[in-house]
Design a protein around this ligand. Structure first.
Ligand code: ZN
Ligand code: ZN
Ligand code: FE
Length: 751
């Protein structure tokens, strides 16, 4: 006789909005099981009833073979008495009382192949429809207003499904079964084309056609996408790119290109299997790739840079536009310099005046701004440089006291802790402008609420002048200040789910040190809770402070002054007028506006200037980036730094490089020698530290050449090297680290 059973499953993780309920419903029907499934506040609840053997298969499938974009964190299973039901149903979601839904929100997903096929199929009712999606693709985080994830709680709420869409939505066998943003030309969002002052001139197909023609004609078009507006222009046209740069006030910072398809990307860039996988993934990031020598796109896309940021079409609108164009286009966020993205049509008409020649807009509201994510491959793994659309939010770790972490002032992102561990929000950007601060403040309110937690404290950087800390102080919660470099290392520990003391190597541009100096070349004995400074790079003066950051030639001057090397013995003399030199030297002598720093980032900048690569930065870290790009494979030679009483002295390296220059050693060899010397220095301190695990963090490790050289050296001597992969090594990862430190200290926020 057949044995019957009834089971209850609580599935926790990113399981809403990825077709999990239809999957469960189909699986139950196939196996002849009865019961129900529904979205819960923490994920999904399922009850199944039927033959015990079929129940066992069901459980195995749910655990081992969930829908592709789901991220199951746990499945709790219990047995229940039989109820004797005979059908399987999808139940209405439990509505969320405020601050209770803790389920994970799925990031936005790039258009799937089935949907792409439909929009190019002239017989399909979605032919040419730019808002096509299904349970496997489409907007998610960008349209969610509250949880659980249901149409009524998204910005699709304002669109009433037509009878055909409704039928798909309600049919368990349809691939749009409970696809929340489901829409078609009859009932869904519509495209429109507007001129520069914002007058709508065309709709639907004609709107798309006019936008394509404008791009072809060399114009700059603002296009409303998934997480905000892009500016788009013909990537083959030097004049279109120059116009875009001028209007955006972005003189040299690399621009990313959207290519029509994978084949085009392959023709332009070298790609490993992993890079190809990242490029074509449903997360659809910008992937930084090595450009082929014969690529014919203008060099001003990324001046002096051998790499190119490449992205594939990831929304139906992109696919339709790229099919019409057939050539690569520049895609960049529609804003001036570092202001936040535009998401609203009226706001765009206003703020993008003077930037865009025309607008391609639509009427699906964007609930929250999401930039394109940026990744590259380093040391054989993905390295996330900007975590935004497709990558945010993400959670890791286990239950923690609720805390809000507000990050730093540059490349800011926030993080929240709670029953789900740490959940990291999307990239916000730099907090310099008022608009950015507004976005940031709104996110500090919105994100914890969306995660269903009420923070009991706020974690922020120890820098007294950071905007983030100041804004956070206004929220009426206890503040926990976390030292900048400790946060960098804690982020790395969190990502690798480690809870012990390690040697932390935090190398970046700037971070507030407890002694009031500027830190940035730090070796810390660090746990999640505490740290002690074990060693650091030798200090050197930065004449003019910020001036040395913008103009690395001044940092180089400080370096020479500290080492007592006459400028006449170096090529740096050519970088200054004699008057500039007199003033700077007087400044250094008197110590007026000359902060001292142990920053590795500034050291890299200074060496780049010393080698004549770059005297003035047009964007952050440009000199250091050019040093990385200048470096060849190297000849294996390096110059050991001197380590004494916790001070790691760069002077022997600087003297060695100058001698190399005099001996006419080729530039790429010198640059490689410098980077390898710095990597070797990390090994020196690691040997001295008595620790077996070395955790890296800070913006300097975006330098792939440095990261790979360091990791290889550490591993060769048996150290375990950990580096950030999913959270950016730059200040975009600070919030994660702060959250971890603050919760480790709670409720005793001592430093
Ligand atoms: Zn799809
Ligand atoms: Zn419809
Ligand atoms: Fe930093």
């Amino acid at each position: 006789m057949t044995e019957y059973a009834r089971h209850r499953l609580e599935i926790i993780g990113a399981v809403q909005g990825v077709g999990f309920r239809p999957f469960v419903s189909r699986l139950a029907s196939e196996l002849g099981l009865a019961g129900w499934v529904c979205n819960s506040l923490a994920g999904l609840d399922v009850e199944i009833e039927g033959p015990a053997e079929a129940c066992a298969v069901f459980l195995r499938q749910v655990r081992g073979n969930p829908p592709p974009h789901a991220r199951v964190r746990s499945v709790t299973e219990s047995s229940l008495p039989l109820e004797g039901v005979s059908s399987f149903v999808i139940r209405e979601s439990q509505t969320a009382p405020p601050a209770a839904a803790t389920t994970e929100i799925v990031p936005d997903l790039a258009t799937c192949v089935d949907c792409v096929r439909e929009i190019f199929d002239s017989a399909n009712r979605r032919h040419g429809y730019p808002f096509t999606n299904c349970t496997q693709c489409g907007p998610r985080f960008s349209i969610v207003r509250s949880l659980p994830y249901d149409r009524a709680r998204t910005t699709m709420h304002e669109f009433t499904m037509c009878s055909e869409c409704r039928a798909e939505y309600e049919s368990p066998s349809d691939r749009r079964f409970h696809a929340q943003p489901n829409a078609c030309p009859k009932c869904g969002p519509r495209l429109a084309f507007a001129d520069a002052p914002g007058r709508v001139l065309a709709h639907r197909e004609e709107a798309l056609e006019r936008a394509a023609r404008a791009i072809e004609a060399g114009q700059v078009i603002a296009v409303k996408g998934i997480g905000g507006y892009h500016l788009m222009a013909d990537a083959r046209s030097t004049s279109a790119i120059e116009t875009l740069r001028l209007r955006k006030r972005r003189s040299a910072k690399p621009l990313a290109v959207m290519v029509p398809d994978l084949g085009d990307a392959r023709a332009r860039c070298e790609m490993s299997a992993l890079e190809e996988r990242l490029l074509t993934s449903a997360r659809a990031p910008i992937v930084v790739l090595r450009r082929r020598n014969d690529d014919d796109l203008p060099l001003i896309l990324a001046p002096g840079n051998p790499d190119l940021g490449v992205i594939l079409p990831y929304s139906p609108l992109h696919h339709l536009l790229m099919q019409r164009l057939g050539f690569p286009i520049v895609v960049t966020s529609a804003n001036v310099s570092d202001e936040p993205l535009c998401t609203d049509n009226d706001d765009a008409f206003h703020r993008l005046r003077g930037l865009a020649d025309a607008f391609l807009i639509h009427d699906r509201p964007i609930e929250r701004a999401l930039d394109d994510s940026v990744v590259r491959v380093a040391a054989g793994h993905e390295l996330v440089l900007r975590r935004a659309r497709g990558y945010a939010p993400f959670s890791l770790g286990a239950e923690l006291t609720p805390v809000l972490a507000v990050g730093g002032d540059q490349k800011t992102s926030i993080a929240v802790t709670g029953p789900f561990g740490v959940r990291c929000g999307p990239h916000v950007g730099d907090l310099e402008t008022e608009a950015a601060q507004e976005t940031f403040t709104a996110q500090c309110r919105d994100f914890p609420a969306l995660c269903g937690v009420r923070p009991r404290a706020i974690a922020c950087d120890a820098h007294p002048g950071y905007h983030g800390g100041r804004l956070a102080a206004g929220m009426g919660l206890p503040l926990v200040t976390v030292q900048h470099h400790h946060a960098h290392i804690a982020a790395c520990l969190a990502e690798h789910e480690l809870d012990e003391e390690v040697l932390g190597v935090a190398w970046d541009g700037t971070g507030h040190g407890p002694d009031g100096t500027i830190w940035g070349g730090e070796f810390l004995l660090a746990s999640r809770r505490e740290f002690r400074r074990l060693a650091h790079l030798r200090w050197f003066p930065l004449p003019g402070g910020e001036l040395s950051v913008r103009q690395p030639r001044y940092a180089a001057l400080g370096l020479l002054a500290e080492a007592g090397i006459p400028i006449e013995d170096t090529p740096l003399g050519a970088a200054f007028t004699s008057e500039e030199l007199t003033i700077a030297h007087r400044q250094i002598q008197r110590g007026i506006n000359v902060p001292f720093t142990s920053s590795a980032g500034r050291l890299f900048d200074a060496v780049a200037a010393l080698l004549g690569l770059r005297w003035r930065n047009e964007f952050e870290a440009q000199a250091a980036m050019e040093l990385e790009h200048a470096a060849g494979v190297g000849d294996g030679a390096f110059i050991p730094l001197a380590l004494e009483s916790g001070i790691l002295d760069w002077e022997p390296v600087v003297r060695g490089l100058l001698e190399d220059l005099r001996n006419r050693v080729p530039g790429p060899t010198i640059a490689a020698r410098f980077i390898d010397s710095m990597a070797h220095a990390i090994l020196l301190v690691a040997r001295d530290s008595g620790k077996g695990i070395v955790a890296l963090g800070g913006g300097c490790f975006q330098n792939v050449r440095l990261l790979e050289s360091t990791v290889a050296r550490l591993q060769a001597e048996g150290f375990i090297a950990l580096w950030p992969r999913q959270a950016p090594p730059n200040d975009g990862g600070l919030a994660l680290g702060q959250a971890v430190v603050a919760t480790a200290r709670f409720p005793d926020p001592v430093s």
